[in-house]
Design a protein around this ligand. Structure first.
Ligand SMILES: [Zn+2]
Length: 134
């Protein structure tokens, strides 16, 4: 359980199905049926080959820390929740997500650390995916 706020993410209309899945604690990635590229972020077409024949497929939720920073002085809703980790997590499927790693001592985190996705729910019904060390 994190102490970070769970803001409502802006929803693109092309990603409505993606966000509905997130609200049900499921993370989907788009995959191109033409060239098999895994697409992040969800957008309804493949940026590799231009095909609109993309399907949402369940992701493993497993990955590793590609890079991270520890925030010691935050602004807005995040003020008072420091220190916390902002990270790029590289999913085992390939895409890198800008996210938070929670449930750990920020000073103990390392690049390459294995992490798994968790889902956090805000008071207003918003759901956000984050990661925690395995
Ligand atoms: Zn493609």
């Amino acid at each position: 359980v994190t102490t970070l706020p769970v803001p409502r993410a802006p929803h693109l209309s092309e990603a409505e199905e993606f966000w509905k899945a997130v609200a049900a604690d499921t993370f989907l990635l788009e995959q191109c049926r033409g060239c098999t590229a895994v697409v992040w972020y969800p957008r309804g077409f493949c940026p590799s080959c231009g095909s609109t024949d993309v399907a949402l497929v369940a992701a493993s939720g497993e990955g590793s820390v590609y890079s991270f920073s520890v925030v010691h002085r935050a602004a807005g809703d995040y003020r008072g929740h420091e220190p916390y980790v902002v990270a790029y997590v590289e999913l085992d499927e390939g895409p890198r997500l800008l996210t938070n790693v929670v449930g750990c001592d920020p000073d103990g985190l390392a690049i390459g650390a294995r992490v798994r996705m968790i889902f956090e729910h805000g008071a207003d019904g918003a759901t956000l995916y984050r990661f925690t060390p395995v």
